[in-house]
Design a protein around this ligand. Structure first.
Ligand SMILES: Nc1ncnc2c1ncn2[C@@H]1O[C@H](COP(=O)(O)OP(=O)(O)OP(=O)(O)O)[C@@H](O)[C@H]1O
Ligand SMILES: [Mg+2]
Length: 274
């Protein structure tokens, strides 16, 4: 059985650091010796750009190419379309073409399972596959959630983003009920936090109080920090750009939490099997 873990990073709310979290979790796991593939499933192609590929429109092959092959029953190589940047980070890129995929999927056979057919073929090559989702619920996000073992939900500690979190939890419940019963919430990650403000402190308390018993809310809080925005412009992870910055240290702690949780689940599974 494959030990690869497939994690979607999702929230219907825009600008809550989904892409930043995908990139920096991916970069940190690679630094720890894990084999990681990041999939850009957003036509905005921000993950592709942040990984250092500034002109996604110039790319020959993207996730759209591969999904079209899956739909058409055309075979593909496991490494096809995957780019590896200077940090050793592997990304299946996207560009604006992916927008048309929502329409292509409508007439595809088993339209929710196109991405999962791709992932099923390549997952034996990786320890982690991270899927960066777009900020909406359409067939692409449904494909991501149908392929994933779990979801990380980044949330900004403000009132409206909190509503976005409720929405995404509802979507996850529906996907579990109808398409992918094994889907779990990996955890809620508080991002872009300015913990000096009363609003942020109150919102974090509310999240922990209202959700903390039923779903994991990571101890780590990702603070606001200019270095992560600068690292994006440089096309690097924050570890490669400024590894001693407070955001880099927070993403390091967060990655440790993700690894610890995964080790715990694996141990539990091994014990159950005995
Ligand atoms: N910890 C942080 N401190 C400061 N700026 C941040 C931080 N995390 C992310 N940002 C900035 O916030 C903006 C939104 O981040 P990001 O693109 O990761 O969000 P997103 O949820 O993927 O957005 P979208 O919904 O559009 O896909 C970016 O400009 C990014 O550089
Ligand atoms: Mg994004």
């Amino acid at each position: 059985m494959s030990e690869c873990k497939v994690i979607a990073i999702a929230n219907e709310k825009g600008g809550v650091a989904k892409t930043t979290t995908t990139l920096n979790l991916g970069a940190n796991l690679v630094r720890k010796g894990k084999k990681v593939l990041m999939i850009d499933l957003d036509p905005q192609a921000n993950l592709t750009i942040l990984s250092g590929y500034r002109r996604p429109d110039k790319l020959d092959k993207t996730i759209t190419t591969i999904m079209k092959k899956v739909i058409g029953g055309v075979s593909f190589e496991n490494t096809e379309g995957i780019l590896e940047n200077k940090e050793g980070l592997k990304v299946m890129p996207a560009n604006m073409e992916l927008k048309s995929m929502e329409t292509n999927l409508l007439s595809a056979f088993n339209k929710e399972a196109v991405l999962s057919r791709y992932i099923k073929q390549v997952k034996k090559d990786y320890d982690y596959i991270l899927i960066d989702c777009m900020p909406s619920v359409g067939l692409l996000v449904i494909n991501a959630l149908a392929s994933a073992d779990s979801v990380i939900i980044p949330v900004q500690p403000h009132f409206l983003p909190l509503n976005g979190m409720t929405e995404v939890l509802r979507t996850i419940d529906k996907i579990k009920a109808f398409i992918n019963p094994r889907l779990k919430v990996e955890g809620v990650l508080i991002t872009l936090a300015n913990m000096q403000t009363k609003l942020a402190k109150a919102t974090v308390d509310t999240i922990r109080k209202n959700y903390g018993r039923s779903i994991k809310v990571y101890k780590t809080i990702i603070p606001m920090g200019i270095k992560v925005a600068e690292s994006g412009i440089a096309g690097k992870s924050v570890f490669s750009y400024k590894k001693n910055s407070k955001v880099a240290m927070a993403y390091e702690e967060f990655s440790e939490e993700v690894l610890r949780d995964n080790a715990r689940t694996r141990n539990a599974r091994t014990t159950e099997c005995r």
